[in-house]
Every structure is written in structure tokens, then in C-alpha cells.
Design a protein. Structure first.
Lengths: 228, 407
């Protein structure tokens, strides 16, 4: 069985003056293709650091990271950017949509940096928007949308290039309970339908319950793993 | 190609997002370029005008000036060049005897103002010449006649007026036979000239606003030796001019025991001198251009730094979704270059517009040269590149995690 992601003894230290903080301590983690995982833990547990390393936005101090069986070299910016662009989609707590662009252009954004040739991406954007119930908001600006709608636009942007992995960092952190559950239901549905691997970071157990596997982090170490 | 299109689009969006700010920084470049374009246009226009005048001077003519001029290095002894006693009537006579010389005439300056009915012609110069002068210049008479050799020899109190000098002194009245007064001495007007042929506008003097006396008649006014400014010589055959010049030089050297305190210039030499003067001017203008573009560039750098710090979060997002460092770098670099090149284009258009206005309004036409226009655009491109690279690198090297957290 090949894993989409394999982490071997991943550690991350932060230096601030003379004080060294061990954010992650020898994390070993394997994620199968199509899995839906949540990472929970209190603040300072290292879950955001783990997320940033999974998303190739940060580089571990030591340890090895295999993506689709290939070891990642954190030295090559262009290579990392290519993987982020083509294989990983990001969903953030604060949505991170560009307010001067309309919904369509926000979703189109990853295409700017893609080296793939995409012919019918307009159709694809429309299809994704329809799937997320946003087809009538296509030319709206983000600030004209509700928080839940903005997060759905962000999900559409994460999915536009058909990634293998979607990373969501506290995706419901800025939403009310009703919208939070709606977003998690969408994640669940997309995971089943497209077999996209999902990793959600949260500190709410209610949110984590939507996933198949819950990994609990504390003080930079995995302290518990639960499977449904 | 796709990349170029993408970055151009992004740069446009970046500029449109802050129209007023972009407009101001574009303006700072545009004003610099405008100033440079105008200066070169005026210089080029002046050069072309003078060149036109000198090229009609004719390849069969040359003239002798006092003082030794080093044409190549544009070196000359000012006091010698202004010494109007160096050239003498003996020189003129000697030049007239040289084989192949058709006409020769000294041009001397006579000080003072010409009066008619106690009313002076303020602008009119008073020169004294040989009758051949008018043949060399192919002057046409409006009325009367030119003074002759005898009148020169006998220092007769007569004169010929350029058209503007006649109008200044007499207005619509006929001038023939009337007497004008110079320093208390009377001179009878024997002829009035038509507008001067272009060939004779070359010394920066209005040759229509001149009172011509027979050479030597100036001594009626002051009993000095004539002060010879130039000696004009016309050769029978333009192809033999270099030989004639050599003979003329030899003659003049013999007359002054080998001391070379004069210079013989032909059309080509004058154009050469003109060229070296223009080159000095161009170097000066280029220095000003560099300074003005530098100042504009600092403004651009400032604006780009502001633009980068405003868009930190956006840069973080772009990196997260797959922008490489080089993509971010090029995005901001393109934006800076867009602003400077746009400023350059606006400056050139402004320069062309104002040049047109000047040529419509006055009798001088500045010439915007395509060469300098392209140089200006290229200069703007370099300024955008040079001053845009630092902000763009700052953007490209942002840590995506910190950038995304930035509020």
C-alpha cells in the first residue's frame, strides 16, 4: 500500500534569541490516499506547524517527508511551488480571498501559476461553484458574501486544479455553528465523491468528528489516534 | 509568452488598484522624460536649422576668421579671435589674386547707429564690404544700384540698405537719394536690397537689417584702419576648393611672417564645429536626464515598497497556491517597469505635443528625434528594473506563513 504522505521523525525547532522551542518532536505519520483526517490539539500543541510542513510552506528542522513516495527537498523553491500548485489545495481560517477580485477570479487564481494546459477551466469553475451552491454568486466580490459563502469560495479555489490533498487550517474558526457544520458536510461529501485526501486542523472535537481518523497533538507529539 | 501576459495583467491590476498613486509616480517619471525630450528637441532643432543655413552656404565658398581655431578639439584663443586688427586689406587683396578665386570681400564692423531725420534704426548693424559681396550672396536689388569699385577706392559717402533697415529708417517712404547719418556724417542711399538669400543668414545676424557701406568709407566716420571680421572668398570651381584654401593659407602666412593667427573655414569645418558643440550639449543633457530619472526612480522604489507592504497577505496567499519566488519577483518588477515606461511614453508624447505647439507659434521648430525617444524609453525601462528590483525581492523573499498571518 502506497501512502500519499509519509512523515519520518519530523521535528521542528523555533529559535527566539537563546530560547529554543520544540514545536514538533519526531512526528511519524502516514496518510493514505483518500483519507479524511483531523488533527486536534490545544493551542501551542504544534498542529499549525505540522500543517505548514504538510503544506510545504515550512521546512522541518530534521526528519524526512515523502510525498507520493518521493522525498521532498525543501531547498528547491520552484519544485515546492509546483507541488503546492498542482497537488495541494489550501483552506484557511480567515478565507484569504482577494477582495478586489470577484468570486470567479479568486477561484481562477491558482491557474495563473500552473504550467498545465487547461482548456475548459471556465466550465470547471462553473461546475465547482454549482456543486458548492454558489452558481449565482460568480461575479460577486468576497465582501458581498457571508462568511460561510466566502469559505465555500475558498474551497472551490482549493479544488480547481484537482489536488490530491486539501489542507484546511481551522476552516470553521471564523464561522458560526450552523455554517461550520455545513462546511464540514461539504468536506465530507467532496472526500467521498472525488476521493480527495483531506487534513483538517481544528481545536473543536465536534468538527473533528466528521473525519475518519482523529490525531491528537500535545506539546509537539502525537498523543492519541482514533479511528472511526 | 503566457507568463508575460499573466504578469502584464497582474501589473495592470496592481496599478489600477491605486490609480492616483500610480498616476503620481508615473508623472514624476514623465516630467523628467519630458524635460529631457524638450531639451534634446530644442538642441536638435537648432542644430538642424543652423545646418540648413550652412549647407546652403555653398561648397565653393570659404572664409577667413581671425584667431587660430583647432577644429578637432574645439580649442581657440578667444582674445585672438576677437582681435579685429589681425586681418588686413592687404590680406584681402592677396586672396583676390589667387588663381581660381572668383570673388573676395572683407566684412568689417562699423560701430554706431544709423539715423534718418534724427530717428535711429535701433537694430541695424553697419558693415562695410566690397561690391563683390553682393554677387557672392546672389543678392537682388529692390531699387537703385550697388556701390562700385570706384566708390570703394574713393571712400564715397554712399550706402546700400537691407530691406529691414530701410523699413526701420524710412517706413513706406522711398529711400533712394536720401541721406542717412552715422556719427554725424551723411551717407546717400544708392540702393535697397531685397530679402537676403538664405546663404547669408549664417552668422546669426539678420542680414536684412544691415546698412552696407563701401569698404573704406568707414574711415569717413572714424579715421581708423577697417576692423575686418571675416574675409569671404568664392572659388570658381567647388571641386578645387581645397587647393585654393591651401594657396590662400600660404599667401596669408607669407604676409604675417609665418605666424598662423587666422583660420580658414569651409562649410564642412563649420558643420564639424557645430557637431562637436552639439555633442557637448548632448552630454550635458544626458547628465540631467540621468539625474531626473534617478529622482523619479527613487519615487518608484518608495511606491513599490509601500505596495509590497500593503499586499503582504496577498503575497503569502499567492505563494501558498503555487507562486514561485520568481513569479512574485516578476509580478512586482513588471509593475515597476510598467509605471516607468508609461511615464516615459507620456513624457515623450508631451514633448512631441509641446514641440508642435512651439513650431506653430514661433519660427523655430524643435525636432524630437526618434533616437532619443527610444533611448528615453529604454532608460525608463532600466530605471524600473533598477529601482523595482529591491521591492520585488523583498516581496519574493517573504516567508509565506508569516505573510499569511500578517494583518
Amino acid at each position: 500500500m502506497e501512502f500519499l504522505i509519509e512523515l519520518k521523525d519530523i521535528s521542528k525547532d523555533y529559535k527566539s534569541g537563546r530560547i529554543v522551542t520544540h514545536a514538533l518532536k519526531k512526528i511519524n505519520l502516514k496518510i493514505k490516499k483518500g483519507e479524511f483526517i483531523s488533527i486536534i490539539g490545544p493551542s501551542g500543541s504544534g498542529k499549525s506547524t505540522l500543517m505548514n510542513i504538510l503544506g510545504l510552506l515550512d521546512q522541518p528542522t530534521s526528519g524526512k517527508y515523502f510525498f507520493e513516495g518521493k522525498e521532498i527537498s525543501f531547498k528547491k523553491d520552484a519544485e515546492l511551488a509546483k507541488i503546492r500548485n498542482e497537488k495541494i489545495g489550501f483552506v484557511f481560517q480567515s478565507f484569504n480571498l482577494l477582495n478586489r477580485y470577484n468570486v470567479y477570479k479568486n477561484i481562477e487564481l491558482p491557474l495563473l501559476y500552473s504550467q498545465q494546459k487547461l482548456n475548459n477551466y471556465k466550465e470547471r469553475i462553473k461546475k465547482i461553484l454549482k456543486e458548492l451552491g454558489l452558481e449565482d454568486k460568480i461575479y460577486r466580490k468576497p465582501l458581498e458574501l457571508s462568511g460561510g459563502e466566502q469559505q465555500r469560495v475558498a474551497i472551490a479555489r482549493a479544488l480547481i486544479l484537482n489536488p490530491d490533498l486539501v489542507l484546511a487550517d481551522e476552516p470553521t474558526g471564523n464561522l458560526d455553528t450552523k455554517n461550520s457544520h455545513k462546511i464540514m458536510e461539504i468536506f465530507q461529501r467532496l472526500n467521498k465523491k472525488y476521493n480527495v485526501t483531506l487534513v483538517v486542523v481544528t481545536h473543536e472535537i465536534d468538527i473533528a468528528k466528521y473525519s475518519e481518523r482523529i490525531i491528537s497533538l500535545k506539546d509537539g507529539q502525537i498523543v492519541k489516534e482514533e479511528r472511526k | 509568452m503566457k507568463k508575460f501576459f499573466v504578469f502584464s495583467k497582474l501589473a495592470f491590476e496592481g496599478i489600477l488598484a491605486h490609480k492616483f498613486r500610480a498616476f503620481l509616480s508615473t508623472l514624476s517619471v514623465a516630467i523628467g522624460v519630458f524635460a529631457v525630450i524638450m531639451m534634446t528637441a530644442v538642441g536638435e532643432g537648432a542644430k538642424q536649422q543652423i545646418e540648413k543655413e550652412f549647407s546652403s552656404f555653398g561648397t565653393d565658398m570659404f572664409f577667413v576668421v581671425p584667431g587660430k581655431i583647432d577644429i578637432k578639439n574645439l580649442n581657440f584663443n578667444t582674445s585672438q579671435s576677437l582681435d579685429l586688427t589681425i586681418l588686413t586689406e592687404e590680406d584681402v587683396k592677396a586672396l583676390g589674386k589667387i588663381e581660381n578665386v572668383e570673388y573676395v570681400s572683407p566684412i568689417t564692423i562699423v560701430g554706431g547707429l544709423a539715423f534718418y531725420n534724427n530717428k535711429p534704426a535701433q537694430q541695424a548693424f553697419i558693415l562695410s564690404v566690397y561690391p563683390q559681396f553682393f554677387k557672392m550672396g546672389e543678392y537682388k536689388l529692390l531699387e537703385g544700384r550697388i556701390f562700385d569699385e570706384n566708390e570703394v577706392k574713393n571712400k564715397k559717402p554712399v550706402c546700400v540698405l537691407g530691406i529691414n533697415a530701410k523699413n526701420d529708417l524710412f517706413g513706406q517712404e522711398s529711400a533712394l537719394g536720401k541721406k542717412i547719418t552715422i556719427k554725424g556724417k551723411n551717407f546717400e542711399v544708392v540702393g535697397v536690397l531685397d530679402k537676403s538669400p538664405i546663404a547669408f543668414r549664417m552668422f546669426g545676424v539678420d542680414f536684412d537689417n544691415i546698412v552696407y557701406l563701401p569698404f573704406g568709407s568707414s574711415q569717413i566716420i572714424n579715421n581708423e584702419k577697417p576692423r575686418i571680421l571675416r574675409i569671404l572668398v568664392k572659388n570658381k570651381d567647388g571641386r578645387l576648393i581645397d587647393q585654393t584654401i591651401q594657396k590662400a593659407k600660404d599667401e596669408l602666412l607669407i604676409l604675417r611672417n609665418g605666424e598662423e593667427n587666422f583660420t580658414i573655414l569651409k562649410q564642412e569645418d563649420v558643420l564639424k564645429i557645430l557637431d562637436s558643440i552639439t555633442n557637448v550639449l548632448i552630454a550635458l543633457v544626458s547628465a540631467i536626464a540621468a539625474i531626473s530619472l534617478f529622482v523619479g526612480g527613487i519615487g518608484i522604489m518608495n511606491i513599490m515598497l509601500v505596495s509590497v507592504s500593503e499586499r503582504v497577505k496577498e503575497i503569502g496567499l499567492r505563494k501558498a497556491i503555487g507562486a514561485r519566488k520568481s513569479d512574485i519577483l516578476l509580478q512586482f518588477l513588471t509593475e515597476a517597469i510598467f509605471i516607468t515606461v508609461l511615464g516615459g511614453i507620456l513624457g515623450i508624447l508631451g514633448g512631441v505635443g509641446v514641440s508642435r505647439l512651439i513650431s506653430l507659434w514661433g519660427n523655430f521648430s524643435p525636432v524630437v528625434s526618434v533616437k532619443y525617444a527610444f533611448l528615453a524609453i529604454f532608460g525608463c525601462f532600466l530605471v524600473g528594473l533598477f529601482f523595482g528590483i529591491l521591492p520585488a525581492m523583498k516581496a519574493a523573499n517573504l516567508n509565506p506563513i508569516e505573510a499569511l498571518r500578517h494583518e
